[in-house]
Design a protein. Structure first.
Lengths: 289, 397
């Protein structure tokens, strides 16, 4: 360091020092804080936010869009998707017995959504997924469907086997569903795997009208040799399950007639509530007879 | 009470008085720690467009209390193969030494715990123990990061101690005394423009830089560089032992700021309410252009108040100015910390030995020459540079 450099460097150091202090002072005094007081207020997440993969429901027909094709399972890099299915002998369609995502290992890569040929999966923007028990981080089909209602649309899917016109990366804002629609009133969300034959209770606006149920009923009749997928009560005209609602509505001795169900839906809901948690094969079989 | 006090033996008086002062200093230090730590967290938050601690107390300003409570309750983790006596005692050595600084700092007119005649030398001496604290903790921790941090800290602090003392010598030469209260009195006699800030501007800047290095604060926090050494010399500490390191850091910061305020900004001296009233009176009078009753009355009242001011009012004003100036430097240190990135160890050594030390020696040389000129040619008009020297406060009359 020569003598000429000596003062030159000191001058430049002092100058840049003053500039830096000026910048931080401006930031300190004039720029407001960008903090969001998280538990008190939450920020809006961007449209491309990847929170949790969810299952969509076609709000027009009330059926879920998943066809159990297994593409998402293939695509998943960390193997967190569990899919078990059987073939419905009548319709020759695959019926999902269990579709579960282990959110404790999911890395939110969006690959399953990109792989889905039926636009059935969607990345939700729900991010408050903490659970006390890690077991509860396994999200079952019902949970995924329930949370996915918010992202479901009433649009008809495109031609069979083709992707929907809506690109899968448009994640939300397609439906008028509100936060109220996905309230976890019965504690469904994120609980350990339930047995088969369980039907989540849906809001009225997502239930199928009873007449429609009666019309489509024979089409989706259940056969005894197929594994029991779900169990339903007469009032449960749940769109998220394949068929049992129709079965019971049609043949269940204890069930009220479809017309009556349509008349006082709320009364029936209240009446049949205790049955919803019963999920044995036996009960379901009795009703079917 | 007075009779009881006088009835005690001088030895007992000294002990009781000493314990009282020590307790006051401890409380003062802890109080300063709380304020400085909160200030640091809030300032860093504001600079980074955050809000900082928010939940405890109003806008989080009571955060140090839960922090310290938490650290009290935490476990003492001790790694294997540590040198236990060194490991345990190191933080407390630093803590005691940073409190010792407050012994000799006058925080008001006559309010000084020990009016040592070697004030500055005493500070330089006890600062040496910081090196020992850092090296003890680094060596005792049996950890490579700790040892690296300790080596760096020792090298850095020893280097900058030289510069620091050299930068202070200019002030000592001007005041003619090492005693801090004498330095404050000399500045009080010269008036606010004669504070050693302007005449000793080179020494002041060097003192600022060197004290930052001495305090191990950014941009010179090489001994606890988080991104390189996990936490430097206190990597292995936890619980209250770690808290003592934090206490040491902040009390030290306030202590060095207080020394800076005392040496360069006139310590506790500053305008009192009498001076302010006189200023307002002068303004009302238009500085003598259109004297009127109100202004003259105010000036009279101010003169009266200045003469009759009780010791308590003087002490309050002195304390206020002292705290204000001290926290000015604390703020400056924090502002610098959250502005500048960390320097490399070779840059640090270059700056210390190749720049600051020569410049501080030059400052001593200049101070000597100017002092000689100012006393030898006192009152003689010096054509070239006379105005400058006058402005810089070398000619006092």
């Amino acid at each position: 360091m020569g003598v000429t450099n000596f003062f030159g460097e000191a001058w430049r150091a002092g100058k840049s020092f003053a500039i830096g202090l000026n910048i931080t002072f401006k930031e300190m005094v004039f720029r407001p804080a960008i903090t969001i007081f998280y538990p008190d207020e939450t920020d809006k997440v961007p449209a491309w936010f990847r929170g949790i993969p969810l299952q969509k429901t076609d709000l027009l027909t009330g059926e879920y869009k998943c066809t159990s094709c297994g593409m998402c399972v293939e695509a998943c890099p960390v193997n967190v998707i569990t899919l078990e299915w059987h073939q419905d002998p009548t319709t020759k369609k695959k019926v999902a017995d269990r579709y579960a995502i282990d959110m404790s290992r999911c890395m939110l890569c969006n690959y399953c959504i990109e792989a889905c040929p039926f636009d059935s999966l969607v990345m939700g923007y729900d991010y408050e997924l903490c659970k006390v028990d890690p077991e509860n981080l396994v999200y079952e089909f019902e949970d995924l469907l329930r949370m996915g209602l918010k992202y479901s649309s009433a649009e008809q899917a495109g031609p069979k086997g083709k992707k929907n016109a809506t690109p899968p990366w448009v994640f939300h804002g397609l439906t008028g569903a509100t936060e109220e629609d996905i309230q976890d009133k019965n504690g469904y969300l994120g609980r350990p795997p339930l047995g088969k034959g369980y039907v989540p209770e849906l809001k009225d606006r997502f239930k199928k009208p009873a007449e429609e149920v009666a019309q489509t009923a024979p089409h989706e009749a259940k056969t005894p040799d197929a594994p029991v997928v779900t169990k339903s009560t007469p009032t449960q005209t749940a769109p998220v399950n394949t068929n049992p609602a129709n079965v019971s509505a049609q043949a269940g001795p204890a069930a009220p007639s479809p017309a009556k169900a349509a008349e006082d839906k709320t009364a029936n809901v209240a009446e049949q509530k205790p049955d919803q948690t019963v999920n044995t094969e036996k009960t379901s079989g009795e009703e079917a007879k | 009470m007075v009779a009881w006090w006088n009835s005690l033996s001088p030895v007992a008086q000294a002990w009781i008085w000493g314990f009282g002062k020590a307790t006051l200093i401890l409380i003062w230090g802890l109080l300063n720690f709380a304020v400085a730590m909160m200030l640091e967290r809030k300032l860093s938050a504001w600079i980074q467009n955050r809000v900082g601690p928010w939940r405890a107390g109003l806008h989080g300003w009571l955060q140090p209390i839960p922090d310290l409570l938490k650290l009290f309750l935490k476990e003492y983790i001790e790694p294997r193969n540590i040198d236990k006596p060194l490991f345990v005692i190191a933080p407390f050595i630093g803590f005691v030494m940073c409190l010792l600084i407050w012994l000799i700092i006058p925080i008001g007119p006559g309010a000084v715990a020990m009016n040592l005649d070697i004030g500055i030398i005493f500070i330089a001496a006890i600062t040496g123990y910081d090196v020992i604290m850092i090296f003890m903790s680094g060596w005792g921790s049996n950890n490579k990061y700790s040892l690296l941090g300790a080596m760096r800290g020792a090298a850095q602090m020893i280097s900058y101690e030289v510069t620091l003392v050299m930068s202070i010598i200019g002030v000592v030469m001007m005041a003619g005394s090492l005693r801090l209260s004498d330095i404050v009195d000399a500045q009080a006699a010269r008036g606010p423009l004669g504070w050693y800030l302007l005449p000793q501007i080179i020494g002041f800047l060097i003192y600022l830089i060197a004290s930052l290095a001495e305090l191990n604060r950014a941009p010179f926090d090489l001994s606890e560089a988080e991104s390189e050494l996990v936490s430097g010399y206190h990597t292995e500490y936890s619980g209250f032992r770690w808290a003592v390191f934090a206490l040491t850091e902040y009390i030290h910061l306030v202590g060095w700021s207080a020394i800076a305020a005392t040496l360069f900004l006139g310590g506790w001296t500053g305008p009192t309410h009498a001076d302010l009233a006189a200023l307002v009176g002068n303004l009302v009078n238009g500085f003598g252009l259109f004297p009127n009753g109100a202004g003259t009355g105010l000036i009279d009242w101010a003169n009266n108040a200045a003469v009759n001011m009780g010791w308590f009012a003087k002490w309050i004003w002195g304390f206020w100015w002292f705290a204000f100036k001290t926290y000015l430097f604390v703020f400056l240190a924090m502002w610098i910390r959250w502005t500048l990135p960390r320097v490399r160890i070779d840059q640090l050594m270059d700056l210390g030995w190749k720049f600051l030390l020569p410049v501080s020696l030059l400052n001593i040389f200049l101070t000597g020459i100017l002092k000689f000129v100012a006393t030898e040619y006192h009152g003689v008009p010096v054509n070239l540079g006379f105005t400058t020297l006058r402005l810089l406060g070398w000619w006092t009359n």
